[in-house]
Design a protein around this ligand. Structure first.
Ligand code: 5AD
Ligand code: SF4
Length: 427
């Protein structure tokens, strides 16, 4: 069959779509880049906020007309939303033909050819790490490599542990082989993925040791990782980051809130003082490190004063970028059952204040780069002009500079001559 896959949510889902592609191609199916050519349309979905789920429901409804012209077309629901409500959606006849959960992708070839005998497979498999699969990378320059699956943290607002199951690490030798292979394919910038990469372990290989091994792979130029949990970010990780040439000067460290009572209610298991001390240690050990974060506005019972605490920490730390979210109640999580849910309009207004503050901070951060020499890994043509190329700096900022097709996939030294709140203009 010709299959098309549309991916929502985080990079973990992007990496899962690359695995799914590999599984289906090995079974003789063909990936197509245009939905019009597909007989099998797959949606790899996200449940982290209600909005992400609503978008997918809209997409599924929009694509139903295709079945009228070609009754052989099948629509498949995969990923977190499949795991959470797939069974219900299948029963409600909205036009989904198969539903596969996050640990069941190996079964997809059998499901597709079974003529509807088993349209839903959602069992968790606490050992599933998709051994011996070679993901089909979507990009020619940057690669994602999953190092662990699942999460044990149960932050009280978060659906992820409920839909992705318990944490398990992939064997370090498989991770090593994947990173090396990606490098051989020309992908020089590799991001390691896990819900909490700091708790990676395979025997006595912990995350800092894994990074040390990967840093020795000649075929790659840059190593990154997401996501770190502040409670598990160790001194030995900071030491390895500062002494390994390929590990980029960037960390994504979700703060979630700047107030201790809210952090406790979120079950984050650290205080804001701990968070500040980790960031300060990182900044001291790795000069120029960019720190990005995730923050939630309007968690249940958050008062104005507690929200102000978050704004002041944002000012104090001046993150290079902050992904700001409005709290979204997720059925089955502890926070969804808390009394004192913050009214929608207050959540929204707090979100807007955070976004506005961060926009100013990011702008100042980007402007402060003017005059500096940076290394840009060129990934593509710039969106605005064919005589410019675009890529990322080591500290994860988008940069544009004049260039041609032959620059794509190469590292360039450049000087920042101008900056907006999202792009460094380089020469
Ligand atoms: N509501 C809003 N934001 C959430 N996140 C996770 N769950 C929720 C929720 N229920 C955010 C967190 C996390 C990021 C990936 O999504 O900030 O770090
Ligand atoms: Fe969700 Fe917390 Fe796990 Fe991240 S660490 S996936 S926020 S439960």
């Amino acid at each position: 069959m010709n299959f098309y896959i549309e991916t929502y949510g985080c990079q973990m889902n992007v990496a899962d779509s690359e695995l799914i592609t590999s599984i289906l191609i090995s079974a003789g199916h063909q990936l197509v880049q245009n939905m019009d050519q597909a007989e099998l349309i797959l949606f790899n979905t996200c449940s982290v906020r209600a909005h992400a789920e609503e978008r997918v429901l809209g997409r599924i409804s929009n694509e139903q007309h295709r079945k009228k012209t070609n009754p052989n077309i099948k629509i498949g629901l995969l990923g977190c939303m499949a795991q959470r409500i797939g069974e219900k959606l299948l029963e409600s006849n909205i036009g989904i033909d198969i539903v596969a959960g996050v640990d069941q992708y190996n079964m997809l070839p059998a499901m597709i050819t079974s003529d509807g005998d088993f349209p839903v497979l959602l069992d968790f498999d606490s050992k599933q790490v998709y051994h011996d699969l070679m993901p089909v990378h979507q990009s020619n320059t940057c690669g994602f490599v999953t190092i662990m699956r699942g999460c044990n943290n149960f932050c009280s607002y978060c659906i992820v542990p409920h839909v992705r199951g318990r944490e398990r690490s992939r064997p370090w030798k498989e991770v090593y082989a994947d990173v090396k292979r990606a490098g051989e394919q020309g992908l020089k910038d590799i991001t390691l993925l896990g819900q909490n990469v700091n708790s990676y372990h395979d025997g006595d290989i912990d995350f800092p040791k894994l990074l040390k091994y990967l840093n020795s792979i000649d075929e790659i130029s840059r190593l990154r990782f997401i996501t770190s949990h502040p409670k598990d970010l160790s001194d030995s990780l900071i030491e390895v980051m500062s002494s390994s040439d390929k590990i980029c000067e960037h960390i994504h460290l979700p703060m979630q809130s700047g107030n201790n009572r809210i952090l406790h209610e979120m079950n984050r298991n650290y205080t804001i003082e701990h968070y500040l001390s980790r960031v300060n240690k990182l900044k001291h050990a790795i000069p120029g490190i960019a720190v990005t974060t995730d923050i939630i506005a309007g968690f249940p019972s958050e008062t104005d004063a507690e929200f102000e605490d978050t704004l002041s920490v944002m000012q104090e730390l001046s993150f290079d970028y902050a992904f700001c979210f409005k709290y979204s109640p997720r059925e089955g999580t502890d926070a969804a059952g808390m009394i004192n849910q913050v009214p929608e309009e207050i959540r929204l207004s707090r979100l807007q204040q955070m976004i506005e503050l961060q926009r100013k901070i990011t702008y100042t951060k980007f402007r402060s780069q003017i005059g500096k020499c940076v290394e840009v890994y060129v990934e593509s043509f710039s969106k605005k002009s064919d005589s410019f190329v675009s890529g990322k700096t080591r500290d994860y900022k988008i940069a544009v500079l004049s260039g041609t097709e032959s620059d794509i996939g190469t590292l360039k030294k450049a000087t920042v001559i101008d900056a907006t709140a999202g792009t460094l203009i380089c020469e």
